[in-house]
Write a protein that binds this ligand. Structure first.
Ligand code: NAP
Length: 302
């Protein structure tokens, strides 16, 4: 049986605050599955396609939170979430807030405390897939915080993918997120760097990536990544997925999570520096695969 809830089951109204690539995917999926969906974003124009699909754009964040028993926030980071939700404090008592931006465990615990002081039920979460995969039954979302809040809104979460509850400590979801992203960036960076090396012989990237995919690490690099290989070299790094800026922020969260947890941070710090080099080279709005352009040209000797 599918875990996607169908429209005729009277789904919970949901508010989505934050309409970057991920917030747009969340709100669009909820709306397409029959949830009465209210949205708010600093840049209101980003809501245009959602409004055409039937979502309602609130004029302010307090109005947006008041419209639903459940508000999902998906902003750049916790600092932004605090700044954006601050003016909605009066609407929070008795409502649930589920925060899905990345960050560190301490930031998640501080957000839970902030919400409790304002009378809101709070769950923290992390999204383990890129925006185009939101809504797929195997799209893993991690949640942590009070079990009762998770259970109450489980059906809305199942609309977005495969919800996994980790435990009552609100910091757990972002801790697991940082650990899994640490592995993902190391894996993807390894593949991009190896491809840059192989492609220095001017052979197509597709050939090398296919060899890697079918022989070297079939359980780590999936078919979707291999499809992207055609863009390595011609330099097509656009698309409705996360930007290099977003990924730099995520890498900074991994670095700070390591420091919070007393774990060596040298590897994520180095990966953050690589993303910063890509941004300095003009790839801030491109997707993460633009890091290939950093790898394929040796930095000038100091
Ligand atoms: N994209 C992915 O592949 C992916 C995958 C998993 C998890 N995530 C997580 O999902 C979260 C959102 O990611 P994203 O890709 O949608 O893009 P993002 O660039 O991290 O966040 C964009 C959102 O933050 C808002 N924002 C940024 N600065 C703001 C400020 N000073 N005041 C008010 N709003 C501000 C933007 O509003 P404006 O539109 O007005 O700029 C937009 O709503 C992040 O924590 C990210 O780590 C993303």
């Amino acid at each position: 049986m599918s875990n996607i809830r169908s429209a005729h089951q009277n789904p919970t109204p949901v508010t989505v605050v934050g309409l970057g690539p991920m917030g747009l995917a969340l709100a669009g999926t909820l709306r397409d599955h029959g949830h009465h969906t209210t949205v708010w974003n600093r840049t209101a124009e980003r809501a245009a396609s959602l409004r055409a699909r039937g979502a309602r754009l609130a004029t302010g964040v307090a109005e947006a939170v008041s419209a639903s028993p459940l508000t999902i926030t998906c902003l750049k980071d916790y600092e932004t979430a605090h700044r954006v939700l601050g003016p909605a404090a009066g609407a929070l008592p008795g409502r649930a807030v589920v925060n899905l931006n990345s960050g560190t465990p301490e930031e998640a615990r501080a957000a839970a405390h902030w919400a409790a002081e304002r009378g809101a039920a709070y769950l923290d979460g992390a999204i383990m897939v890129p925006p185009p995969l939101v809504g797929q039954p195997d799209a893993v979302f991690l949640y942590s915080g009070p079990r009762a809040v998770f259970d109450e809104h489980r059906e809305a979460f199942a609309t977005l993918g495969d919800p996994r509850y980790l435990g009552p400590d609100p910091g757990l979801a972002v801790l697991y997120n940082a650990a899994l992203l640490d592995l993902m960036y190391a894996t993807v960076n390894g593949l991009l760097h190896a491809t840059a090396l192989a492609r220095s012989a001017e052979l197509p990237a597709t050939e090398f990536v296919e060899l890697v995919r079918t022989w070297f690490m079939p359980t780590v690099i999936d078919a979707a990544f291999a499809e992207q290989a055609v863009n390595l070299g011609p330099g097509h790094y656009s698309g409705d997925v996360g930007t290099m800026e977003m990924n730099r922020t995520a890498l900074d969260h991994i670095t700070r999570t390591c420091l919070e947890q007393g774990v060596d941070a040298a590897a994520p710090r180095f990966m953050t520096e690589l993303a910063e080099r890509a941004i300095a080279a003009g790839h801030g709005e491109d997707n993460y695969l633009a890091l290939f352009e950093v790898f394929r040209k040796a930095a000038p000797a100091a």
